[in-house]
Design a protein around this ligand. Structure first.
Ligand SMILES: CSCCC(=O)C(=O)COP(=O)(O)O
Ligand SMILES: [Mg+2]
Length: 239
């Protein structure tokens, strides 16, 4: 059991924390991979697609990369599970349409949804901070096996609107956007580098360690840890 956390809000990482990395890699990644070519050729003028393609070209130093070269880069980043912002933007476009069509339903570990409902009912605010784009997060929380959970969530943050997840400045930005004191924010994540950055910004942290997840063996350094959300006691004192 972790200690008792008296906080105003809980900020959630997704992959490895609320949800299985295996599901993302085995279900969502192939869904995106098989649709990149059509997105890059048929919807090149869509402003979101054009902006992401420009970012890919900048990151790879290939200003003239055509759709085929851009697709190759996206596929290579997928193979590495690289959290590159333009990859996440384009995945988000494809996935949100897949969720809306009913092709996709998100995954949450069994302990997560009851905890989110209980924390929300207790007056805590819930936020998401994930490398997955805001569009993907919105779809993920809207289309769950337990229905639409988006009403539980007060705000969504990604690497575009908050910044990289391993930099303290991103957590300062989120604290300021939410209006919650840093010391009243609790961040739950599976990645030690993210937990370190949140703590450096003055947040409370709990590392989530689930057997079978990629960071399980590495552990979460000297952060408090829990194997599931029902091991975390969170409340919000009103005084
Ligand atoms: C709903 S986003 C899908 C998961 C994803 O693509 C991702 O990168 C999640 O990374 P996280 O920062 O939540 O570990
Ligand atoms: Mg994660």
């Amino acid at each position: 059991m972790t200690p008792y956390y008296d906080v105003d809000a809980v900020v959630l990482d997704i992959e490895g924390t609320t949800s299985a990395t295996g599901f993302v890699v085995d279900v969502l990644y192939p869904y995106a991979r098989s649709r990149f070519a059509a997105l890059l050729t048929e919807r090149a003028d869509d402003p979101e697609v054009a902006r992401a393609v420009a970012q890919v070209r900048e990151l790879t130093g290939e200003p003239d990369a055509d759709a085929v070269q851009v697709e190759k880069t996206l596929d290579a980043w997928l193979d590495e599970d690289r959290k590159a912002t333009p990859l996440k933007t384009l995945q988000g476009v494809i996935w949100s349409e897949g969720f809306a069509r009913g092709d996709l339903v998100s995954h949450f570990y069994d302990d997560v949804v009851p905890a989110l409902r209980a924390w929300h009912a207790a007056g805590l605010r819930l936020y998401v901070y994930s490398s997955g784009s805001v569009a993907a997060q919105r779809a993920w929380f809207s289309s769950t096996p337990e229905g639409d959970l988006l009403p539980l969530v007060s705000g969504l943050y990604d690497t575009e609107n908050a910044g990289p997840k391993q930099e303290p400045e991103s957590y300062r930005r989120i604290a300021s956007a939410t209006g919650v004191e840093p010391g009243r924010l609790l961040f739950l994540s599976d990645r030690p580098g993210e937990l370190d950055a949140a703590r450096a910004a003055g947040w409370r942290t709990v590392g989530i360690r689930r057997p079978g997840e990629p960071y399980y063996e590495q552990g979460v350094g000297d952060h408090a840890q829990a194997g599931a959300f029902d091991q975390i006691t969170v409340a919000r004192s009103t005084s």
